[in-house]
Ligand binder design. Structure first.
Ligand code: MD6
Ligand code: FE
Length: 201
């Protein structure tokens, strides 16, 4: 569905993953994070993100003093990122009208007061390819508005919800204002994991 008629291309599938699928996906992500540990990157200005990050797939999105980029290895361990689980690549094939599979999946962990400022996803080579987002754990207040600026609106992203930035909404400005703490029991210790599948190359 398109929840905002004036933001065509912003697609939303509430509750797309049922509880067994959420549990299975979380287990796969936790196994990958044992290999590629979460870390807290900094902006090019040196300010740490409040969100902890890691990646899955041939390429991972990283940020440091040199700026933003995709690279094949974890910045702390130097090892390749673990594979994207088939459950996620299948979701991409089912929901995204794009001829190539995702080659990067950013993992974001939000705990407590973590948030993400308004941004555009524009580090990918082909900005025609969609970005597909999967939410697990606590509900987040997601904010989105047009690429060119102008009014933003908010949408609650709950555990198992999937959304995508496609076509005319691909460069929409978006971010996470806050979490609704305690809204889900899925993640041990509380919090939220967001997975964004991309085509970086
Ligand atoms: C989040 N999501 O949900 C942050 N990016 O934690 C994003 O930054 C995002 O939801 C691209 C496409 C969809 C998204
Ligand atoms: Fe984003």
């Amino acid at each position: 569905m398109e929840p905002f008629p004036d933001l065509p291309g912003f697609l939303y599938w509430p509750g797309r993953l049922d509880e067994p699928a959420r549990i299975a996906l979380l287990a796969e992500v936790e196994a990958a994070l044992a290999i590629a540990p979460l870390y807290r990157p900094a902006t090019s200005g040196g300010k740490p993100f409040s969100v902890q990050m890691s990646n899955l797939g041939p390429l991972g999105w990283v940020s440091d003093r040199a700026g933003y980029r995709y690279q094949p290895t974890h910045p702390a361990t130097g090892a390749p990122w673990p594979a994207i689980p088939p459950r996620l690549t299948d979701l991409w094939s089912t929901l995204c009208d794009w001829p190539a599979p995702p080659d990067a999946c950013l993992v974001n962990l939000y705990r407590d007061a973590a948030r993400m400022g308004l941004h555009q996803d524009r580090d990918e080579a082909d900005l025609g390819a969609p970005v597909l987002s999967v939410s697990l754990g606590d509900t987040a207040v997601f904010r989105i508005g047009p690429a060119a600026g102008g009014p933003t609106r908010s949408l609650r992203l709950a555990s198992g919800d999937v959304c995508a930035l496609t076509g005319p909404a691909r460069l929409a400005r978006h971010g996470i204002d806050r979490l609704l703490a305690g809204s889900s029991q899925l993640i041990p210790g509380g919090g939220r994991i967001n997975l964004t599948l991309r085509r970086a190359t």
